[in-house]
Ligand binder design. Structure first.
Ligand code: FPP
Length: 251
């Protein structure tokens, strides 16, 4: 049994952790396997990381599972990913319910195959009472599209006379995004060594701490998450203020 207390400060557990799960294809290719085997192994990392995040008291875990750009991948890979998604939802339902985890989804969900969308909606409804952790899957998600979608909805409200342009501020804008009910991420983890946000949570990541590891997603398990959290806990978050101002606020 892993000792989860380790070097972590329970007072400084991030509220919201978001992860760009990258490197499944490379993990498989390095072994001479088809890329999709990397996604199967990556699904196991999703399980392990979710379980540990829940035990550590992280309130929001958001996983970039499928980007808008991923629709351009080979049809066979997309089919496997969609099938994996459905099997994940079916297999994890009871564990989510037992652990008071509420499943959520963000993204252009209307693009998902009907069967995946239905399974997703059913799982969201069946776990809605979960109040210990929100597990949000970003599916067919793109940050720029999310922002455009929010602008359109605000423009519609203005055109209909329900909103005045001067009433739009950052808080109002945030409430028009898919992530309306979530706090901004405290930490974004990206696996497989790429220093990019890749269109993930663009608006929400304004003050987010970034952690990049060379580890490929299928190898990202408990020890890796603990390492990321330890690193996060040693960061100094200032939100544009001076250290003296932060200390005065904390006093
Ligand atoms: C990126 O690796 C990963 C994806 C595009 C899909 C992520 C999917 C999973 C982890 C499995 C299922 C997920 C859930 C939530 C059940 P890549 O293929 O881009 O890797 P590469 O950069 O090495 O090619």
């Amino acid at each position: 049994m892993t000792d989860y207390s380790m070097a972590l400060d329970p007072q400084k557990i991030p509220r919201h952790v978001a992860i760009i799960m990258d490197g499944n294809g490379r993990w498989a290719q390095r072994r001479g396997w088809y890329r999709v085997r990397g996604h199967v192994a990556g699904m196991e990392s999703v399980r392990v990381v979710t379980r540990l995040a829940r035990r550590l008291g992280i309130s929001y875990l958001t996983l970039f599972a499928f980007s808008e750009e991923n629709w351009q991948r080979p049809a066979m890979e997309i089919r496997v990913l969609m099938a994996l998604m459905r099997s994940y939802l079916r297999r994890e339902l009871t564990e989510m319910q037992d652990n008071q985890i509420a499943l959520k989804a963000i993204g252009n969900l209307s693009q998902l195959p009907e069967r995946v969308r239905r399974e997703l909606e059913e799982t969201i409804a069946a776990t809605a009472a979960g109040d210990r952790m929100d597990l949000t899957l970003a599916l067919s998600y793109g940050g720029r599209s999310e922002i455009v979608h929010a602008v359109q909805s605000l423009a519609r409200d203005i055109a209909a006379g329900r909103l005045k342009p001067e009433d739009i501020d950052a808080a109002r804008f945030s409430r028009s995004l898919y992530t309306a009910d979530m706090p901004d991420p405290d930490l974004i983890i990206r696996t497989s060594g790429e220093y990019r946000l890749s269109n993930f949570l663009l608006w929400q990541s304004a003050y987010t701490e970034l952690y990049v590891t060379d580890t490929l997603w299928p190898d990202f398990r408990e020890a890796e998450l603990l390492k990321a959290l330890e690193t996060y806990q040693h960061r100094e978050r200032r939100f544009g203020l001076t250290q003296e101002q932060i200390e005065a606020l904390e006093a």
